[in-house]
Design a protein around this ligand. Structure first.
Ligand code: ZN
Ligand code: ZN
Length: 450
């Protein structure tokens, strides 16, 4: 294991602790253990969440294909029915053919829907478990409530948030519950439609076990820092990927001694609020998330919270109630001005996925063949996160193109423009100004690349 560029004893560990499997609704059939491992390597992720461990078929696949490599962290077993491929969807694999190095940690997400007070609550929570034995116990506890875990990789259940924590903690004291994408309107613990106003309200006497919240794609730590009530929680970021390419679009970066790497150490760093152990989170620009502003997707109308107030929450196009997004909901609960950094907060870096930066420079869609070819070329040399975070402009030019290098440097400096997302529509990024992009596109092609 030699990710990152730290001393020999201590390693930078990039961890994406929330994804879904092929057994979750609207998720890619390619999300199997082997592919997830391969893509984690391409991205430079050292520890991946398994996702969906509550699903019986997925859990079987995980148990068949993984073996413990470090306490509570599993590696792909080579040999057991896995033929290590030399191609990925017909295209040659970037880098040498070998078993993926990424380690897996047992994680899942469940959807609780129930009535509390006069409101129907819909909350997604993450569950982290220290090993498969704990997973089995958690599953037994959930099944006792009548939950149908076979229904989906992210099962829907009537289990209240506090009961969920009780079941998980009774199964294993080292297992953890973390509210997922805390601000999204429909399923966030603070969501505008069916959420709560505090962790205490949602988790009652079990709130003491909640040590972190996931900020989700539409909010970043800076927005969360406006709420003093949240100072005591760690802010975590994960991809919630529904396909291989989206793995790592948000992630956590820890510094952990190589010989200590374990589930316990990951949780310890995650909860530490110590920037020497939890170095930073990797974030979307929150405007890129699909619930940042208020609006109506079908009406093609979006607005800032202040305008929603003026409109009394009513869409000027259709006359119905606007969907209140994350920015507005954070504003509602905020008791501090934007821009303040509370003590003991973990820094963050805003990134744009490499494929999207490449697509910007080529002026084509991010899933076009040209983009994929250049992406594979680049990650064949260095993992995506090293390219996005560490390499200098020259180094990036050498393995990619000068335009991509320029784009990455701009993103690092925050010099990007966004049409913010709303009502389920992702935001759009612009790294280059219009005239500038024409200049780039007019340039003769760097023929060595394709
Ligand atoms: Zn969710
Ligand atoms: Zn409308």
């Amino acid at each position: 294991m030699a990710f990152g560029k730290s001393s020999t004893l201590s390693m930078r560990i990039i961890a994406d602790l929330q994804i879904h499997s092929k057994y979750s609704r609207a998720c890619s059939q390619e999300l199997n253990p082997k592919n997830i491992g391969l893509w984690a390597d391409k991205k430079g992720i050292a520890v991946m969440g398994t996702g969906d461990f509550t699903h019986p078929k997925w859990l079987n696949e995980l148990k068949e294909n993984l073996e413990e490599a470090k306490p509570g962290l599993y590696k792909l077993r080579v040999g057991s029915g896995i033929a290590w491929p030399s191609s990925d969807k017909g295209r040659p694999l970037a880098g040498p053919t070998r078993a993926p190095r990424a380690l897996f940690m047992c994680t899942a997400e469940v959807s609780s829907i129930y009535k509390q007070g006069d409101k129907v609550r819909r909350v997604h929570n993450l569950i982290f478990a220290p090993n498969f034995e704990a997973v089995d116990k958690i599953i037994a506890g959930l099944e006792k409530t009548g939950a149908n875990l076979k229904s989906d990789g992210r099962p829907i259940m009537g289990v209240h948030c506090d009961t969920l924590v009780k079941i998980v903690k009774d199964a294993d004291a080292q297992a953890e519950v973390i509210p997922a994408h805390a601000w999204t309107p429909h399923f966030g613990v603070f969501g505008s439609l069916s959420g709560f106003n505090s962790i205490k309200e949602a988790f009652s006497d079990q709130a003491k076990y909640i040590k972190a919240i996931e900020t989700g794609l539409s909010s970043d730590p800076k927005m969360n820092w406006q709420i003093s009530e949240l100072d005591k929680y760690s802010l975590t970021s994960n991809s919630d990927a529904h396909s291989l390419r989206k793995i790592g679009r948000e992630a956590n970066v820890f510094e952990i001694a190589e010989d200590k790497l374990s589930y316990e150490e990951i949780i310890g760093a995650l909860y530490s609020k110590d920037p020497k152990r939890f170095l930073f989170t990797i974030e979307f620009f929150p405007e890129e998330g699909k619930y940042h502003l208020d609006g109506h997707r079908d009406c093609k109308f979006s607005c800032l919270p202040a305008q929603t107030k003026k409109l009394k929450g009513i869409c000027p196009v259709c006359g119905k109630k606007l969907l209140v997004g994350v920015l507005n909901r954070v504003d509602e609960l905020a008791d501090r001005d934007f821009g303040l950094t509370p003590p003991r907060s973990i820094p963050f870096k805003s990134v744009i996925p490499l494929e999207e930066i490449i697509a910007e420079t080529l002026d084509v869609g991010s899933s076009s063949k040209k983009v994929l070819a250049l992406y594979d070329q680049m990650v064949g040399h260095r993992p995506e996160f090293e390219i996005l975070l560490d390499l200098d402009e020259n180094q990036i030019s050498t393995i990619g193109t000068a335009d991509v290098a320029k784009g990455i440097i701009r993103v690092r400096q925050g010099q990007v423009h966004m049409d913010a997302g709303y009502d389920g529509l992702f935001g759009k990024i612009h790294i280059f100004e219009e005239g500038e992009r024409e200049q780039i596109l007019k340039k003769p092609k760097q023929t060595s690349l394709f």
